[in-house]
Design a protein around this ligand. Structure first.
Ligand SMILES: Cc1cc2nc3c(=O)[nH]c(=O)nc-3n(C[C@H](O)[C@H](O)[C@H](O)COP(=O)(O)OP(=O)(O)OC[C@H]3O[C@@H](n4cnc5c(N)ncnc54)[C@H](O)[C@@H]3O)c2cc1C
Length: 408
């Protein structure tokens, strides 16, 4: 039997087709409306919960797919439907991954189900790392977490920004500084349970794209959470801080912090979202080019148009292959010796920007209007080169990994 296959297995194909059906029948028809409303599409999330797409079970099943392709396949199909709505459906996953990556079994069992709620009463969660003065430079976070020994509580103070679902979430996962002397090694992640006093939503951002997804500041003003809300627990934190202090004393060696571990695990998934948007725009452009006639023939009859479509399809397929490779490597414990996760996110997100722009060009005037979806897809695509680490940061990570040099 051949030891290598590029084919999805029957179960994966079934899941893909089911997701595609939901994306085509429920997400895509609602896309323009929620883009204009710039509001969280609660009825669509609820619909996704009813059929089992918005649920812990579904994500756990995809997450633990041994080939690694479960999550990228799901992301591509949902984001093919619409990026803003799909992010509203999968945004909770970023907080869930934060708990999975750093939490104890008990914390995972307690908090992740609460992040989703149930089909009759859906909830969302938010992962809050970025701050006004700490975007790419994660090490410069200022939000402080101080332990109140007498009450066994952590007290959080600071302002988070750009939080997907920030302020409307039931459960917030907050990254904060516990030891300012250690830079990014002195960070820890905390659960802020529903209705905790002191947590409030700041400004809600009006955005260029993915407008159905809620993005806001989260203000933490003397937010008190029980000691059990420290992800990973006190003992693990103390050990980690002691190791980091020792390394700081003898100098050198980098320690991965909680937020970076979360970002690293999610990068190929963001690449898959970008593949979904790029593929959607390519398909609209291909259909348009074969039906729109100028000079008495379909515009695709011109090499100038046909070659663009050939390039678009080639880039989309290449992006997917990089995403699948990185996802397969992660699931099979292969070391990322050339930052293949970052590579996949970099290439797929740049591809989404280019391909959606090419799609507008192929649709001409129609492409520039909201009567056709490629204008929205192009606005949506711009996010992929920014969040979860900008393209420049991905290049930095790749360059440092392949060279072993501390390139700035
Ligand atoms: C819609 C949206 C949703 C988001 N959701 C979340 C979320 O749920 N949770 C969360 O914590 N964060 C979230 N973010 C934040 C996102 O991850 C940050 O915006 C991103 O990391 C970039 O940070 P910044 O915006 O502060 O840009 P900056 O870091 O200020 O970067 C500005 C520019 O400078 C470049 N640059 C910076 N440093 C370097 C360098 N060393 N070398 C070369 N170029 C450099 C960048 O590439 C970029 O082009 C979200 C952002 C958006 C827009």
């Amino acid at each position: 039997m051949a030891g290598f296959t590029m084919e999805l297995n029957d179960e994966q194909k079934e899941v893909r087709d089911w997701l595609h059906g939901f994306a085509a029948d429920v997400i895509r028809p609602a896309a323009a409306e929620w883009d204009e409303r710039e509001e969280t599409p609660w009825p669509v999330i609820q619909e996704a919960a009813k059929v089992g797409i918005y649920s812990l079970d579904f994500y756990a099943q995809q997450y633990f797919d041994p080939t690694g392709l479960g999550i990228p396949m799901a992301m591509e199909e949902l984001f093919w439907g619409d990026a803003g709505i799909a992010l509203s459906i999968v945004g909770t996953g970023l907080a869930a991954v934060g708990v999975l990556a750093n939490g104890t079994e008990e914390q995972i069992g307690t908090w992740i189900p609460q992040m989703y709620g149930d089909a009759d009463d859906v909830k969302v969660a938010a992962f809050c790392s970025s701050e006004p003065d700490a975007g790419s430079d994660v090490a410069s976070l200022r939000t402080r977490a101080v332990y109140d020994e007498a009450k066994d509580e952590w007290v959080l103070n600071g302002t988070k920004t750009w939080a997907t679902n920030g302020g409307i979430a039931d459960v917030h996962v907050v990254v904060a500084v516990v030891d300012p002397g250690l830079g990014s090694k002195g960070h820890a992640s905390f659960i802020v349970p529903p209705n905790t006093p002191g947590l409030s939503q700041g400004q809600k951002f009006k955005k260029h794209g993915i407008r159905a997804s809620h993005t806001a500041e989260v203000v933490l003003d003397d937010v008190r959470v029980p000691g059990s809300c420290l992800l990973g627990g006190r003992e693990k934190l103390d050990e980690r801080l002691a190791r980091a202090r020792e390394k700081a004393r003898v100098g050198g060696e980098r320690v991965r912090n909680a937020a970076m571990a979360t970002f690293e695990a999610s990068r190929p998934a963001v690449g898959a979202m970008a593949v979904g948007t790029a593929r959607a725009a390519y398909e609209v452009a291909l259909e348009y080019a074969t039906t729109r006639e100028q000079f008495g023939r379909p515009i695709i009859d011109n090499q100038g148009v046909a070659f663009q479509l050939a390039d678009m399809r080639t880039s989309v397929d290449a992006a997917r292959l990089l995403v699948w490779r990185a996802s397969w490597m992660a699931a099979n414990g292969r070391p990322f010796t050339a930052a293949e996760g970052s590579m996949s996110k970099l290439f797929a997100s740049e591809t989404a920007k280019t391909v959606t722009a090419q799609a507008i060009q192929i649709l001409g005037g129609n492409g520039y209007t909201r009567e056709y979806p490629v204008e929205r897809m192009h606005r949506d695509a711009a996010i992929y080169t920014i969040f979860e680490g900008t393209s420049e940061i991905q290049r930095l990570v790749i360059a440092r990994t392949i060279s072993g040099m501390s390139i700035r």
